[in-house]
Structures are given as C-alpha cells and as structure tokens.
Design a protein around this ligand. Structure first.
Ligand code: PNS
Length: 166
C-alpha cells in the first residue's frame, strides 16, 4: 500500500487543498492530510478547528484521513509509512520554496519523495491568507467559493463560537 502525506497549516483548508487531496488520492492508496503545528505561526483557527474543517472537507474522499502533528515532516512520514509528500504549487515563488523543502526532506530521509502538483487555474487566487481576509471583511459569496462545500456548516459553527468568544 502506497501512502502519501499532504501537510500544511490549513488555516483554513481551502478548495485548492481539497483538489490536491483528491488528486493525491488518485495517485496513492492512502492519503494522510496532516495539520502541522508550527511554533512560528499564530494561527487564526485553533488546531481542533482546523482538524474539524479538514475532516469535514475530505469526508467524500475514502482514501483520505486527517491528523495533527508537531515536529519534522520527515518523522511524520516515517511514522505513517509514507513514501511521498504531496504539495501544491501555484506560483514560481511556491515552487522555489517547495523545491528547497524537498531538498531538506530528502537530506533527512533519502527515500522520501516530494511530489509537486500544479494548482488548477481556477484555484490560483485561493490561499488560506486570502480566505482569512475574506472572513475578516465578511465576503460571504467569496468565502463560499473558496471553502469546500462539506466544511461550510462547520465553518459557520466555528464563526459563531468565535463571535461568542469576543
Ligand atoms: O501550509 P503551509 O504553512 O505552507 O505548511 C508549511 C509546513 C507546515 C508544511 C512546513 O512548515 C513544514 O513542513 N513544517 C514541519 C517542519 C519541517 O519538517 N521542516 C522542514 C525541515 S527543517
């Protein structure tokens, strides 16, 4: 069984991320979507919220599962028995960064491959940063275009909780 890991901050998971997971699921038997805990970033959504959004988004992809991890991707891949990391690239800037990460991960675990999938044209403008901006300014129609349909009810519940927290 060939397992791939799709890692990210997923703050939040977007339609572009779901496309990547679906395409990874067509290439591998099992896809582990991993919400990474990154000490350098202060996320907008909590780890539990990000995981809940990922799980709701990938519910229609039977080979995909979600988990969280704090540490090196190379260690996570070993723990999951994964042969590849799958990342999406939208721009030359993304490519430069992911190319560098691929070299580091190969140095850490020589047999671990990095597979870079080019984003679809319709997802080029979608990023978690952009979605957070849309949430801040209440751009409902845009939010609905950028978040997987399965995650929208979960997102609404989380937004309600965030409003109550304020
Ligand atoms: O969605 P993002 O923020 O672009 O994801 C970046 C992420 C979490 C995949 C990246 O920061 C990462 O791989 N973090 C884990 C730590 C690691 O393995 N770093 C590379 C070796 S130093």
């Amino acid at each position: 069984m060939k397992t791939a890991v799709c890692p990210g901050s997923f703050d939040p998971f977007t339609a572009g991320h779901l496309d990547l997971v679906e395409r990874a699921a067509a290439l591998f038997d099992r896809v582990v979507v991993c919400v990474m805990v990154n000490g350098d970033k202060r996320p907008f959504f909590t780890l539990d919220e990000r995981l809940e959004l990922v799980r709701a988004s990938i519910a229609g992809v039977p080979q995909a599962e979600a988990r969280a991890f704090s540490g090196l991707l190379a260690d996570l891949a070993a723990e999951e028995g994964a042969c590849a990391l799958v990342k999406g690239v939208r721009t030359g800037g993304d490519f430069d960064w992911e190319f560098q990460m691929a070299q580091i991960n190969r140095a850490l675990r020589p047999k671990l491959e990095t597979v870079l999938l080019p984003a679809r044209g319709e997802h080029l403008h979608i990023s978690s940063t952009m979605v957070r901006e849309m949430l801040r300014y209440g751009q409902e129609e845009q939010i609905r275009n950028c978040i997987p349909a399965g995650a929208l009810p979960v997102l609404d519940k989380i937004r309600e909780r965030i409003r109550e927290r304020k």
